[in-house]
Design a protein around this ligand. Structure first.
Ligand SMILES: *Cc1c(COP(=O)(O)O)cnc(C)c1O
Length: 376
């Protein structure tokens, strides 16, 4: 069986885990955590970075920092992971779901403005498959209506956006806040892990307090205060040094990992161009302003039946392909709360999108492309 995902080990993980174990600092915010923070701050010019136990937790921190509360509205795509929405629902906010683009599962930027009103507080663009949303448009709306932008960059490590000013910016550096995931299925992993990026300076001190259970413990360890205490709300969002050590081994090899994934992605794309033409299927579209970090390779079938047939055909031939999100506005939890707007594209990706195996050691792209081409 060719699995859908297989975590890649660089070979240094066990070495750094050993170091972490014998450093006698196993809890969070030790040497490895700080190495990871600096890596991101320096390589991508991010604002303050804080590792978290997951991207879901980073999103919860973001919702706390935005001071979202009951009565507030938060705009995000319906075609996303539940955590994007849960973080704000947990604070009592109402989520307003937006449709996806016809050419790409990302949020339809043109559909956002009509949904903004006095209650709107935050926009959450999700960079699906690591491909940028049109951030100029989203930031312009945020400026015009004084909204906050939280980039859900869970899938978007090492991916970029080029704005109208011609400057190429890393995803995660553009919104006021941004969140990343290091879950096993992402390009860079430590099993379960994530990161909050705080680009907006006025949130930076508070972010560190929320991260440390609502205490000023981080400032205490830096010697900035004589004793630490409870000064705000918060939780335990920081990962142990064990996770950070593992993550460090991956980050050291990010260029190798990214090169390899990009090559796999291109092999799929070339192998499937003919299929797309002949079977009315759709291959991923990368807009001119976006780069491709090869997080995912997906197809959009022309009908749900075509997808069912392809999934079955691949499974019978030992290839584990999978579909992806189910529109959140139609979920059991949210459908009663949704305002009834029909989100055609979100439903189309729910019904027709199929993801192919994608991991560092994959070499079966030609075989898989061939299977797909012959399925019709
Ligand atoms: C993976 C993912 C998450 C959740 O990440 P965890 O680290 O598993 O909490 C959130 N949003 C998106 C878009 C994701 O792809």
């Amino acid at each position: 069986m060719i699995p859908f995902n297989k975590p890649y080990l660089t070979g240094k993980e066990a070495h750094y885990l050993y170091q972490a174990v014998y450093s006698e600092h196993l809890s969070g915010n030790g040497a490895f955590t700080q190495k990871c923070h600096h890596f991101f701050e320096e390589r991508y010019g991010f604002g303050k970075c804080l590792l978290t136990t997951s991207c879901s937790d980073a999103l919860e921190m973001a919702a706390l920092l935005c001071e979202v509360q009951s009565g507030d509205e938060v705009i995000m795509p319906s075609y996303t992971f539940v955590s994007t929405a849960n973080a704000f629902i947990l604070r009592g906010a109402k989520v307003i779901f937006v449709d996806s683009r016809p050419d790409h599962p990302g949020i339809n930027e043109e559909a956002i403005e009509a949904l903004i009103n006095k209650k709107t507080k935050v926009i959450v663009p999700v960079h699906y498959a690591g491909v940028a949303c049109d951030m100029d448009k989203i930031m312009a709306l945020a400026n015009k209506y004084e909204l906050l932008v939280v980039e859900d960059a869970a899938q978007a490590i090492d991916s970029f956006y080029t704005g109208k000013d011609g400057v190429k910016r890393p995803l995660g550096s553009i919104g006021h806040l941004a969140t990343f995931s290091f879950h096993e299925t992402k390009n860079i992993t430590c099993g379960e892990g994530g990161m909050l990026v705080i680009n907006e300076e006025r949130f930076q001190a508070r972010a560190e307090i929320i991260w440390e259970k609502g205490t000023n413990r981080s400032a205490f360890f830096r010697g900035e205060v004589d004793k630490y205490g409870w000064i705000d709300v918060g939780s335990s969002y920081l990962p142990s040094e064990i996770s950070a050590a593992f993550l460090w081994a991956q980050l050291e090899n990010i260029d190798v990992i990214q090169q390899q994934r990009t090559a796999l992605w291109k092999a799929y794309y070339e192998g499937l161009c003919r299929w797309a033409k002949e079977s009315r299927g759709q291959l991923p579209v990368i807009p001119d302003y976006a780069t491709n970090n090869a997080h995912m390779f997906y197809l959009v079938c022309h009908s749900p039946e075509q997808r069912t047939q392809l999934l079955k055909h691949l499974k019978e031939n030992g290839v584990q392909a999978v579909f992806h999100y189910l529109s959140l506005h139609k979920s059991a939890f949210y459908r009663e709360k949704h305002d009834g707007r029909i989100l055609t594209q979100s439903d189309r990706y729910t019904d027709c999108l199929l993801r192919l195996p994608m991991y560092f050691e994959l070499d079966a792209m030609p075989v898989i492309s061939e299977l797909i081409s012959k399925a019709n």
